[in-house]
Ligand binder design. Structure first.
Ligand SMILES: Nc1nc2c(ncn2[C@@H]2O[C@H](COP(=O)(O)OP(=O)(O)O)[C@@H](O)[C@H]2O)c(=O)[nH]1
Ligand SMILES: [Mg+2]
Length: 299
């Protein structure tokens, strides 16, 4: 497929076209035919079984609901496809019709225009990234509520999360942060403590990347159209202090204990009546993001 074929793909539920198109807001239940239909059967998360069938590194997107994980994966996938990678759901990750449908929906989200659905429906999946026919890593997104619940101080790991922890694949953890996110400082601190606890449980070899997502919202942190990464880090560190406190005993050969990056999937503008307009971010973001991931895998 020619590179240009990906330029105007629209994210179902939001518009990935270049300008001005208005589609339904994925957060609005009424605008969510699939979400209100048969796909979202609620399964007890404790009964979820997963299977990791290949040995390539796993990159785990860790963040609360609405943290921007799915949009990040879709933005990254579109960029990877343009760069000559292949990205495909791992069909053997979970059993059952629901997962099979999610895999199909993901492919639609990436390739199609205007399919009526929410990014919510592809919130739990394993994607494989291939270059020249060879699998180079796997990207995992799981629902945010499996990681963080603002009403529970010490959310216990789910059995499927223990499975992922136990497989011998090397792992990179992407902890999603959002400046000014999640309503107030109390919840941010609670989330940061959750990250800190998680980091305390990670294998010494696991890599950590803290991601300041939805960067496009913060004009005061930009210089000539580019995010000032050190400034983002300084501000996010102030708001999520515990997330940064548990890192110093994890020194890698490059002298760093964690990486930090800034991401934007695009801008989302409320267009009224439950609608929002999406404009995809500059390629700069997925390019920088992918470089951090590759460095962590190779390092
Ligand atoms: N401004 C801005 N908003 C975003 C961005 N990414 C996601 N959002 C908003 O956050 C909502 C939730 O994103 P989603 O990727 O579904 O979050 P998830 O639950 O972590 O997978 C989207 O519907 C958008 O409204 C971004 O890069 N910039
Ligand atoms: Mg999601």
């Amino acid at each position: 497929m020619a590179n240009n074929d990906f330029k105007n793909i629209q994210l179902p539920g939001v518009d990935l076209g270049n300008q001005g198109n208005v589609t339904t807001n994925p957060n609005s239940p009424s605008a969510n035919p699939i979400n209100s239909g048969r796909v979202t059967k609620i399964q007890d998360p404790r009964s979820i079984v997963v299977s990791i069938s290949s040995p390539t590194p796993i990159v785990i997107l860790f963040g609360p609901r609405n943290g921007g994980k799915t949009t990040c994966l879709i933005r990254l996938t579109r960029w990877l496809l343009n760069e000559g990678y292949r990205v495909e759901p791992k069909r053997d990750f979970r059993l059952g019709d629901e997962y099979r449908e999610q895999c199909d929906q993901f492919t639609q989200l990436v390739y199609n225009h205007n399919a009526p659905m929410s990014t919510d429906v592809v919130g739990f999946m394993l994607l494989a990234v291939y270059k020249n026919g060879k699998e180079i890593c796997q990207l995992l997104e799981a629902p945010g509520e499996h990681y963080f619940d603002e009403n529970i101080e010490d959310l216990q790991p789910l059995p499927y999360q223990n499975t992922i922890n136990a497989v011998p694949n090397s792992k990179t953890w992407l902890f999603f942060l959002e400046r000014d996110g999640w309503h107030n400082q109390e919840i941010r601190t609670h989330y940061a403590r959750t990250i800190s606890r998680k980091i305390g449980m990670l294998d010494q070899r696991d890599r950590i990347i803290l991601v300041s997502q939805k960067a496009d919202q913060f004009y005061d942190c930009f210089d000539q159209g580019r995010p000032r990464i050190a400034l983002f880090e300084q501000q996010v560190r102030q708001q999520y202090r515990p997330a940064f406190s548990n890192l110093s005993n994890r020194l890698f050969s490059n002298g760093r204990s964690y990486e930090f990056t800034v991401f934007s999937s695009g801008s989302f503008v409320e267009a009224g009546n439950g609608l929002q307009t999406y404009t995809p971010s500059n390629d700069f973001y997925p390019r920088m993001f992918w470089r951090k991931i590759m460095d962590s895998i190779r390092g």
